[in-house]
Design a binder for this molecule. Structure first.
Ligand code: SAH
Length: 254
């Protein structure tokens, strides 16, 4: 029973039909209310509660839990969508342009599956809010991230710089299907939008022994996380959980 974008199927997760009215209701509220007061103590308590939920949900890697306890998720949500009680909830949340910041559990799960990234070069396709990139940077990765919607790329770039990640994270506005050859090869690649097939350019830009994690599927109903390891120049892939991500948009010129 997968629900709206970027959701891992877990027993305690609400269904598609229960989430849509919730998101809609919150959007109405956020339009009629100014940005919630920037009470750092309250955000911090909400962030700690989120980490407790992740731990209870099975996230075990202490480095991932520490990074998620440190990165200020709410600042990656544009002010008009930012809201106490929701920014740290275990669900995706709107960030404008019909896109969402991923559910905290899926961010933690994919980051954990990617393995240690400290000191490595990581390519992310689908910057969105910039939150996943910040978590990877907090873990010590040098992050190269590509977003196809220019306004989101710009928002993420600013938020990441304001949070001190300007040197660690490089944001490119463009089509991530082709990867970022100028900075290849990458130790790891994380894709947060779903292509119909694994983009060969990304496999080519992965280091020997490197790992890639991506949601794969031609329809939202059929998507699964795929974990790929490059061994002897070839991709070895394993299927993981069913998920729902936004499709990878086909950019101009392909
Ligand atoms: N990782 C993000 C959430 C990603 S939502 C976060 O932490 O907030 C998926 C994003 O992928 C959307 O912002 C969407 O615009 C972007 N996207 C879709 N197709 C793309 C493509 N071909 N290249 C780059 N980004 C793409």
């Amino acid at each position: 029973m997968p629900r709206h974008h970027q959701v891992v199927v877990r027993p305690r997760i609400a269904t598609h039909s229960t989430v849509l009215p919730l998101l809609f209701g919150c959007l109405l509220v956020s339009c009629s209310r100014p940005e919630a007061a920037d009470d750092d103590g309250l955000w911090q308590r909400e962030r700690q509660a989120m980490v407790d939920v992740l731990r209870q949900g099975g996230i075990e890697d202490p480095r991932v839990l520490a990074a998620m306890g440190k990165v200020r998720r709410h600042v990656y949500i544009p002010p008009s969508f930012r809201k106490h009680g929701a920014a740290y909830g275990d669900h995706p949340w709107p960030i404008g342009h019909d896109q969402t910041i991923s559910q905290p559990f899926i961010v933690a799960y994919m980051t954990q599956k990617l393995g240690p990234v400290a000191g490595g070069k990581v390519l992310e396709i689908g910057t969105g809010s910039g939150y996943q990139a910040a978590v990877l940077a907090e873990l010590g990765a040098r992050v190269y991230t590509i977003e196809i919607i220019p306004q989101l790329a710009e928002h993420a770039r600013r938020a990441l710089a304001a949070e001190g990640y300007a040197d660690a994270v490089h944001v490119l506005a463009g089509d991530g299907y082709k990867g970022w050859p100028a900075h290849a090869p990458f130790d790891a690649i994380i894709v947060t939008c779903a292509p119909e097939e694994i983009p060969q350019a990304l496999v080519d830009q992965l280091k020997e022994g490197g790992r890639m994690i991506l949601p794969l599927g031609s329809t939202r109903e059929s998507q699964r996380l795929v974990i790929l390891k490059k061994v002897g120049g070839k991709a070895q892939q394993t299927e993981d959980l069913p998920v729902r991500f936004v499709p990878m948009v086909k950019g101009k010129g392909r």
